[in-house]
Design a protein around this ligand. Sequence first.
Ligand code: GTR
Length: 327
Amino acid sequence: MRKGLFGIIFIICILLTLAMPALAVTALKYATIHEPTHPVGYTAEFFASRVKELTNGEITVQVYHSRQLGDARDNVENVRNGTIAFTTLSVSNLSQVLPVLDVWSLPFIFKSDDHYWYVLNHPKSWEFMKQLEPKGIKTITWITSGARNFFSKKPIRNPADLKGLKIRVMASPVMINTIKALGASGVPTAWGELYTALQTGVVDGAENNHPSLISMKFYEVTKYYTLDEHMRIPDLTIASTKVFDKLTKVQQQAVLQAATEATAYMRGAWKVAEVEDLAKLKGLMTEIITVDKKPFQDAVAAVVKDEAKRLGGEDFVNFILQTGKNF
Ligand code: GTR
């Protein structure tokens, strides 16, 4: 009788111990290079609060904004070694891990925002991003970054105006080669160093989207903004497989659901931010220049083909270009 009772207590203890990891609160770090006022910043907070709700408080996500844990390239390494659980960054920054991912940086490959989202949500793109998993990186969701435009000290109205300029780019060979085809030199510079680089004349201009010009105050150190929309390089949220694989299946599902919700939230938030921030920029810069995109497209047409080949990404690029015909 007593033996039986001990046996039952013993089994209950074992079951409780097995249940323990799921009950303990896991605190995870999320790094972003953006300010809390930038759509990436507040989408990170949205994600954190949804993870907490969906896991009934088992997982808390602490968001570190404004490069507190480093710039984009540091965040890639810290995700890989598991020091941080999540980061949102440009897919261009992942070309340091897997060069073929730089095909996302190719100029004018998307017909429109709708085409871009069609491609991002297509199973082929998820499959393409899976190549990162053996490198310790899991793509958990896309976070848009809109279209990129030039901002500079001198007006850029056509490719000839880019001749001889130094234009800041991310650490992306495709971006460097694209800028070269436009007659300028691409200067890879970290995000956190760009304001000073513009201020001190290390570069003459750069390229980015409306919300980033506002959040980083680049309008203070450049006067002209040229809406040529030469690239749509997606941002994405990645998770460290070292961290993710340690979560229970239920927790993993909750994280993935929160990430999917974050994309939906961000798509709307981004549209609003683009409209509001462009309106602000009109009052803050000397001129917002609308251009005929054709001369820019013609100048970089060969880059798309050549770079896709160099990177061994022709199939994927052809998929993007083919699907564009329907948009
Ligand atoms: C921002 C984007 C970042 C990064 C940054 C940059 O718009 O959200 O991921 O691409 O531009 O140019 O370094």
